[in-house]
Design a protein around this ligand. Structure first.
Ligand code: FAD
Length: 309
């Protein structure tokens, strides 16, 4: 792989472009080996430029937002990793909300509620960016991205920028058309348009306080990816893992949270291999005891194809 066509441009980003940069600090789990080249993009134009140059050079790319729902391998990621930090937003009185993909979803929820717009309260305290939330159809407390998204602006793998309606995303529970694609060279989400409805700012603020309090008491703090597995139909992954006797179970430095069994914790020294082995163990035990397959919600980045899933 020849990175040199990218390097001269990247050097213009100064400290925001790094060779062989460990990805652990860019993930909520604090785990992950190096990216061959990492660029932190602060504008949409930088993201477009990075992808177009990577494409021209035949270098694979991958976008990351907050790194909150991914497990990056210990070997890291070959090619270019774009940390998407373009975060402009526009909130219109008629309920139209536009946000660049690097914007914080939780901040957007706060700002729209304060402007008397309902529809994103469920995202109070949700870690990560608009781009990550769109790709994973993030949701909680009965709400999700799919129910408020109007359209997305995408940078397609061929370098073209397109506007796609929400239906194009083929959303399902914690799933989207983009999430179902192969790992490299997917479309990059540049921005999203939401449609919110009128609401009472005080009532919205109170609801969001409740949600934040719930998160503070039910979710472990520290290094975690959030929910590891999707809830199987009619069931809860956390309950099944707890019923299987796995709360507190450890592999190396990775542990099942005592507070919420669907959350895995990096106790400080976990490797990606530890977490992967813990995930496999949980899947095997839950399948053996209850005959239910737990499908990961988190995405595996930088793993061989047969190590995913
Ligand atoms: C404590 C905690 C609590 C959580 N609670 C919830 C919850 O209640 N509900 C819920 O749904 N999730 C929850 N999560 C998971 C996580 O917050 C969401 O999945 C979030 O939307 C991920 O956003 P991100 O920016 O971190 O995405 P990342 O983890 O960076 O990326 C996720 C995927 O999206 C892709 N991606 C990211 N940005 C782009 C882009 N601009 N263009 C194309 N692809 C992109 C990545 O390549 C990757 O495939 C929780 C996580 C934590 C740590």
């Amino acid at each position: 792989m020849n990175l040199s066509p990218l390097l001269e441009w990247a050097s213009g980003l100064g400290e925001r472009a790094r060779r062989d940069e460990p990805l652990a600090p860019y993930t909520a789990m604090r785990i992950g080996g190096p990216a061959d080249l990492l660029v932190v993009c602060r504008t949409t134009e930088e993201v477009v430029e990075a992808v177009r140059r990577a494409r021209a050079a035949g270098v694979p790319w991958r976008a990351l937002g907050g790194g909150c729902n991914v497990l990056v391998s210990d070997a890291g990621v070959r090619g270019l990793v774009i940390i998407h930090r373009a975060d402009r937003t526009r909130i219109e009185a008629d309920g139209t909300v536009w946000a660049e993909a690097g914007a914080s979803v939780a901040a957007l929820a706060r700002e729209t509620a304060a402007r008397g717009l309902a529809g994103l309260e469920w995202a109070a305290g949700l870690p990560g960016t608009v781009g990550g939330a769109v790709v994973g159809n993030a949701g909680a407390f009965g709400g999700d991205v799919a129910s408020v998204l109007v359209s997305v602006t995408l940078l397609e793998p061929d370098g073209e920028v397109t506007e796609r309606p929400a239906t194009w995303m083929e959303f399902a529970y914690r799933e989207s058309r983009i999430k179902r694609m192969g790992p490299e060279n997917r479309p990059v989400v540049l921005a999203a348009m939401f449609r919110l409805s009128p609401g009472d700012p005080a009532a919205l603020a109170a609801r969001m306080e409740e949600i934040l309090a719930w998160r503070r008491t039910r979710h472990p703090s520290g290094a975690t990816m959030g929910s590891t597995f999707k809830n199987p139909p009619g069931n809860h992954a956390g309950r099944l893992i707890e019923a299987a006797g796995l709360k507190g179970y450890r592999v190396g430095g990775a542990a099942v949270s005592e507070l919420h069994a669907n959350f895995l914790i990096n106790t400080g020294s976990a490797t990606a291999a530890d977490v992967r082995a813990l995930i496999r163990h949980i899947q095997a035990e839950v399948e053996r005891q209850f005959g239910i397959h737990l499908e990961p919600e988190v995405e595996f980045i930088g793993w061989d194809a047969d190590e995913r899933g």
